[in-house]
Design a protein around this ligand. Structure first.
Ligand code: SAH
Ligand code: SF4
Length: 371
């Protein structure tokens, strides 16, 4: 059997869909000592092992049994693209067939290196992960939203996106801003965060992680009680409920006041600042009066506004505002005492700007491989 087929053997469970505790419990039923699960995790996360054979300190019989039961194979790369002189890299990863036999699901993940002192060595490497294939929220300005929802990713599929890059270099930061709505895939998102932050796993700093949500109030509340110190971004995009509903059709049941209250509670419980993301759309939500209205809505909480000039990926009816309009909006917010910045864009040439991953690039990449 070729390695490719072995990777897709549906009888084998992805090891990282189990928590460390669950793995330890399963190994205990095999008569293995308590430290085995940690030892295996160390091989996966520290040494980047992609098969059990590499775990030479483990007894051969155990390695064989692990290999019959679990898989730690990486997700195969369909295509890689680089931009910004290699500082931004996007990978399209093959998710393999689903248990019901559907193939062709793929997921995009992006790595961004920051080297402010320009010494050729990245001071910060951020990976942007996807949590779903497609997204059910239907945001009008989002290419993923326009594509519709296919399925949730499992914990191991989220972790695999980070491991894809962490095998090459140290990852310092992680943002959940790729395809999909992380809080609509809550269990996988939190399970992945646990592996990626625990010392036996990738050991990322919790403070280096940011989850971006379209604003699922119940999910924000749940996340605030996890005892995690991760950052939260709430995508707001409008200063009033009516416009917000137009831009995010599925947000009809949620008001901006509820989101501001959810943010306040998050800050109180987690001791972390909350960011409000605001995609700037020309003449839709970028008027100075709308900046002042936004400032009034969020005044009084420890929030930060991150303006994202619209990246025209979703359709012809929306436009990116001019630099002058972006600047004017920013200055209105700042004049009203709101801490605000404009998101620096990365990887625009490969349309891999985080959170703006587009479906036609995915198709084009796949075609390039087919040729
Ligand atoms: N579903 C989550 C996270 C993924 S999107 C969320 O909506 O927050 C990450 C960010 O990119 C969100 O703030 C989203 O509003 C923004 N975004 C999506 N498409 C965009 C586009 N075409 N231009 C600018 N920002 C966009
Ligand atoms: Fe989904 Fe976020 Fe895109 Fe909205 S912006 S459709 S929530 S991925």
């Amino acid at each position: 059997m070729s390695a490719g087929l072995a990777e897709y053997d549906l009888n084998m469970r992805p090891l990282l869909d189990l928590s460390l505790e669950a793995l330890a419990a399963e190994l205990a039923t095999w008569g293995e000592p308590a430290y085995r699960a940690r030892q295996i995790a160390e091989w996966v996360f520290r040494h980047g092992a992609t098969d059990f054979e590499a775990m030479t300190p483990l007894p051969p019989a155990l390695r064989a049994r692990l290999a019959e039961t679990f898989t730690i194979a990486p997700l195969p790369v369909i295509a890689n693209r680089a931009a910004d002189d290699g500082a931004t890299t996007k990978a399209l990863l093959d998710l393999g067939p689903t248990p019901d036999g559907r193939t062709g699901d793929a997921v995009e993940t992006v790595r961004m290196d920051y080297d402010p002192d320009d010494d050729g060595e990245a001071d910060r490497t951020t990976v942007c992960v996807s949590t779903q294939v497609g997204c059910a929220m239907g945001c009008r300005f989002c290419a993923t939203g326009q594509q519709g929802f296919t399925r949730n990713l499992s914990p191991s599929e989220i972790i695999a996106q980070v491991l894809h890059f962490s095998r090459e270099r140290r990852v310092t930061n992680l943002v959940f801003m790729g395809m999909g709505e992380p809080l609509a895939n809550y269990a996988s998102t939190v399970a992945a965060i646990r592996w990626l932050t625990r010392p036996e796993g990738l050991d990322l700093r919790q403070r280096g992680i940011t989850v971006s949500t379209v604003g699922l109030v119940h999910g924000i509340d749940r996340l605030s009680r996890e005892g995690l110190q991760i950052g939260l971004t709430i995508s707001l995009h409008a200063p009033d409920d009516e416009l917000r509903r137009q831009l995010i059709p599925t947000s009809a049941g949620t008001t901006i006041d509820e989101l501001v209250e959810a943010a306040r509670l998050y800050i109180e419980r987690c001791g972390r600042r909350v960011t409000f993301a605001y995609a700037l759309l020309d003449r839709v939500n970028d008027e100075p009066e709308q900046a002042r209205a936004l400032a009034r809505r969020i005044r009084g909480i420890q929030a930060h506004v991150n303006l994202i000039p619209y990246n025209p990926t979703a359709g012809p009816d929306l436009r990116r505002p001019s630099r002058e309009r972006v600047r004017a909006f920013l200055h209105e917010l700042q004049a009203a005492g709101i801490n605000a910045t404009v998101r620096i864009e990365r990887g625009v040439e490969i349309a891999a700007a985080c959170g703006q991953l587009r479906t036609d690039v995915q198709r084009a990449s796949m075609m390039a491989v087919d040729l």
